[in-house]
Write a protein that binds this ligand. Structure first.
Ligand code: CTP
Length: 398
């Protein structure tokens, strides 16, 4: 963190008082800290205190008292990392919708550096669908969430809404600046889990994928400093929070396809581990289908192959890795998929191998490369397989 320029945006919530401790920790770690307050934040924490702690004037208006412009564009460009803590429901809502009626928001809209935000509000506000939607929206823009924590709130109620403690926020910042990480700054796209194809409002066609392999991959890449966009099908368990993982939840293959297209262009590395449904009902009934007669015929139409589509769009600088789950003629089928989908590598797992497949914590895979070489790995935990993938990606980028 030494010598890094950190911009701390404080919005108007009681958790603002914790920012004095946060600033102290950042300054102690050698960072150069600039504070921007929203107009309401000054009611919770004194600009003088923050100015003394940062040894910098605290900004909160578009011009100072001598009428000199506080240039939000310059402030944003001169920053390595922008932290917005506490991020109140109001500030989050405005950030999500491109509003900029104060200096903090205008600077946010101008920022090109990574942005981390730490929400803080009362539990019912935090649970409100609009706030949840806005937080999701911010994550989809590539901002990093430090989730609110559970505990006693200023209202006297207990629940989720407390801003993360300064030490936790520091941990996220330290992770971000860790220079030894081999994939620092690389953009990685990962898909995980199944897709559900709606038959009617209560039924779907799905599969047994749990997304464990995809979660392990996302974590392994994030641990090497990569910025991961993780597109998850339904039912994939919650992942522990990481500032390097932006999780996007989808349900159907069509939604997954759309999300992949949106994020693929920026991705240096793409790993498609999701078990995408190959077909979907031609029509999804709007009302629950009542039982009627002994036979029900469902007409299915083909989903487009997301991986194959990305294969047609990929440039020579992008690494594209697919998965193949086979039950017979494994190598031949996997090699065919590698070629057909224009991949750099395919990860073959066979349902015939003990310890491999859905829901297990282990996997037994063979990596098959474009060069036609292959590498059969022994039975490993999914974390170990994910780590092997990271090593292959590092080799490719080198
Ligand atoms: N895949 C995809 N979109 C689909 C189907 C599959 O992106 N509509 C991706 C999977 O994420 C995986 C790879 O393609 O990385 C292989 O999926 P698999 O189902 O094994 O292969 P298919 O091409 O669907 O072939 P088949 O079902 O005939 O085995």
């Amino acid at each position: 963190m030494k010598g890094k320029r950190i911009l701390l945006g404080i919005s108007g919530g009681i958790a603002a008082y914790k920012c004095c401790a946060l600033v102290r920790l950042m300054v102690k770690a050698g960072a150069h800290v600039q504070v921007i307050l929203t107009p309401d934040a000054a009611a919770f924490v004194s600009p003088l205190t923050l100015s003394v702690l940062t040894k910098n004037p605290v900004l909160s208006t578009f011009s100072n008292k001598d009428g000199v412009w506080n240039n939000h564009v310059d402030i944003a460009l001169q920053t390595d990392l922008f932290i917005i803590a506490p991020a109140t429901a109001n500030t989050i809502g405005k950030m999500a919708n491109g509003l900029c009626d104060n200096l903090l928001l205008a600077t946010y809209l101008s920022a090109k550096c990574p942005v981390i935000f730490a929400p803080a509000m009362d539990l019912d506000m935090h649970e409100h669908p609009s706030v949840k939607q806005n937080i999701k929206q911010l994550i989809s823009f590539g901002n990093h969430l430090i989730p609110a924590e559970n505990g006693e709130l200023a209202s006297g109620l207990t629940g989720t809404g407390r801003m993360a403690e300064p030490e936790t926020i520091m941990q996220h910042i330290a992770n971000y600046f860790d220079g030894d990480k081999k994939l620092k700054g690389k953009q990685v796209l990962v898909t995980a889990g199944p897709t559900y194809e709606a038959i009617d409002p209560v039924r779907y066609i799905g599969n047994h994928s749990t997304g464990k392999m995809g979660l392990a991959i996302a974590h392994s890449f994030a641990a090497q400093g990569a910025e991961v966009v993780l597109i998850c099908g339904p039912g994939v368990s919650q992942l522990s929070s990481s500032t390097h993982i932006n999780r996007i939840d989808v349900t159907s293959a069509l939604e997954m396809h759309k999300a992949c297209i949106q994020h693929f262009k920026r991705a240096d590395i793409t790993i498609m581990s999701a078990a995408v449904a190959d077909y979907r009902p031609a029509q999804s009934a709007t009302q629950k289908i009542k039982k009627n007669g002994d036979i029900l015929n469902l007409e299915l139409v083909k989903n487009s192959d997301i991986l194959q589509d990305l294969g047609t769009k990929k440039t020579s600088k992008q690494l594209l890795i697919g998965f193949a789950l086979e039950t017979q003629n494994e190598l031949a089928h996997a090699k065919d998929k590698l070629k057909r989908k224009n991949l750099d590598m395919i990860v073959l797992n066979s349902l015939n191998d003990k310890g491999a497949g859905f829901g297990t914590d282990t996997n037994k895979v063979t990596f098959i490369f474009k060069s036609k070489k292959s590498k059969a790995l022994p039975l490993m935990t999914k974390q170990e397989v994910a780590h092997e993938l990271v090593l292959e990606a590092i080799k490719f980028l080198a």
